[in-house]
Design a protein around this ligand. Structure first.
Ligand code: BYC
Length: 472
């Protein structure tokens, strides 16, 4: 299917039929491109990258592969198809037709959720800005760029909603999404994890494994929203999100594989001297990215979350597949929380526990990748197991923020925690070592940096040796 180049903004929302909206978005587009040039992947404007582009929301249209210069990427607005009979599935408005416009009383709540979601998308592009310079292969270089352009499109998705449904406030919020920047002391991004650095490829793969997976669970909850345009936007975004998590899971998996190969071949644990990343360092990075991502789910007991649910704006993961009353007014849910300096398990009203419930779904999903990574370690005959840290470890948000908890869940004094910190979280020395392995970028087709194994297969049935990026 060919791209319609007569459209400045490819879309399936009949932009041409809404001149006011079209003008507003065409006004925002150059600002977005300025932001991309200033804050997007550094020094890449002339590269031809083998990218997939969504040109429509149907099965054939969402994955068109070809060489594209990234500033010319066809960022567009695509919503999953509309079900005219869709009903709100939960909360006080359960059973009513899904809203096609924003109900007045939900305006500020919905805007806030859309802005929070939208803010993460450009933030991650900013965080990954320098990675191209140290890519371990052309295949990986292409993957980070793919992730970046799709996060750019996800920003477009939220900006469309702001422009189309929130009037002047929405336009101002859309501007502000380009004005806050990751790690900026004066105008930081909204959520903690999006102000951290992603300075190296181990961090990038951990980020796409753990933090993009928060994206999956948050988007899935918003896909249940009674506000139909938000639901449809998120459903389309989720299709793209799967590739980002694949990049993370396979990236960490390939690093683990290479480390194990070298340990076996040289009969040593000291793979650092062989230019690879040792398993304890991988575990420390994992602890960091997992704990920072767990914070993204908010407070364990949250009245915000209860209100979102009751109002019908944000549901549970796979809400419509759950078999209960979808009101939860009389239900309880067991959560781990902190009381008098201890971790206790207790039943709380299910409505207030919705953040924690989503975090639980998320953690179960996170565990699956570890099973695969650990299989690689086991098959190499190595006695080591990667583990998810306890949910209370290294938290900044929620009930455990004031506790000092080890990765295996022991509450301890601050002094003891500080004494253990260097074995649980990446140290300055770990980070310096990992950085020392990075770059310069490996740009010969089919070649890979020493610290990572090649992928099992390439992108879109292309071989690993394919020229995924041309530099011109
Ligand atoms: N950092 O009642 P609570 C993605 C604030 S990632 C800073 O628990 P709530 C992606 C909170 O705002 C997915 N502040 O809040 C991934 C609240 O502030 P106020 C992004 C935090 O609302 C990779 C206060 O603490 N999408 O897509 O229930 C690459 C009380 O908390 C944090 C979404 O997040 C934090 N971590 O839950 C690219 C979905 N956590 O009211 C993309 C939209 C909490 O006291 N957002 N606070 O001023 C939401 O659903 C909710 O805002 C949250 C927070 C789940 C984030």
């Amino acid at each position: 299917m060919a791209i319609d180049y007569t459209q400045r903004i490819p879309n399936n929302v009949d932009l041409a039929g809404d001149r006011r909206l079209q003008r507003a978005l065409e006004n925002w587009q150059p600002r977005f491109l300025d932001w991309w040039k200033e804050m997007g992947p550094d020094g890449t404007t002339n590269f031809d990258v083998y990218l997939r582009t969504a040109i429509s929301a149907d099965a054939n249209g969402w994955a068109n592969f070809g060489y594209v210069k990234m500033p010319d990427y066809r960022w567009g607005i695509f919503l999953a198809g509309r079900d005219p009979n869709r009903q709100i599935a939960f909360g006080d408005n359960k059973g009513k037709p899904a809203w096609q416009e924003v109900p007045g009383e939900l305006r500020s709540t919905l805007r806030r959720l859309i802005v929070t979601q939208g803010d993460t998308e450009p933030a991650s592009v900013e965080q990954q800005r320098q990675l191209g310079k140290t890519a371990p292969s052309l295949y990986d270089l292409r993957n980070v760029f793919q992730v970046n352009v799709e996060e750019g499109r996800h920003l477009w998705a939220m900006v469309y909603l702001l422009h189309a449904y929130f009037g002047r406030d929405g336009r101002e919020e859309a501007e502000a999404l380009l004005e806050r920047h990751s790690g900026d002391p004066d105008k930081p991004r909204i959520l903690g994890a999006f102000n951290e650095k992603t300075p190296d490829w181990l961090s990038f793969f951990m980020f796409t494994y753990f933090t993009d997976r928060d994206g999956k669970y948050q988007l899935a909850s918003l896909a249940e929203s009674g506000f139909d345009p938000l639901s449809r936007s998120c459903r389309f975004m989720l299709i793209e999100e799967a590739h980002h998590m694949f990049v993370g899971e396979s990236g960490v998996g390939r690093i683990v594989q290479r480390t194990c190969e070298l340990m076996k071949e040289h009969k040593t644990d000291d793979v650092r001297s062989l230019g690879a990343i040792d398993l304890p360092t991988i575990q420390r990075y994992l602890n960091f990215h997992c704990s920072v991502s767990l914070d993204l789910f908010g407070q364990e007991a949250s009245t915000n979350a209860a209100n979102y649910y009751t109002m019908g704006v944000k549901g549970r993961y796979l809400e419509t597949r759950l078999s209960d009353d979808h009101l939860l007014t009389n239900a309880t849910y067991d959560i781990d929380t902190a009381e008098a300096g201890r971790i206790v398990r207790k039943a709380v009203p299910a409505l207030s526990a919705l953040n924690e419930r989503l975090r639980q779904d998320y953690l179960e999903d996170c565990a699956k990748g570890l099973l695969r990574w650990n299989k690689t370690i086991e098959q190499a005959g190595i006695d080591f197991e990667l583990k998810l840290p306890h949910r209370a470890f290294n938290r900044r948000i929620g009930a455990f923020a004031d506790l000092h908890v080890s990765p295996d869940g022991k509450v301890m004094s601050e002094a003891d925690w500080k004494a253990g910190e260097g074995t649980w979280l990446p140290t300055a020395e770990d980070r310096a070592f990992v950085t020392s392995l990075m770059g310069p970028a490996v740009i010969e087709p089919g070649k890979f940096a020493n610290w990572i194994a090649p992928p099992q297969r390439g992108i879109n049935n292309q071989p690993a040796t394919f020229e995924y990026v041309r530099f011109n």
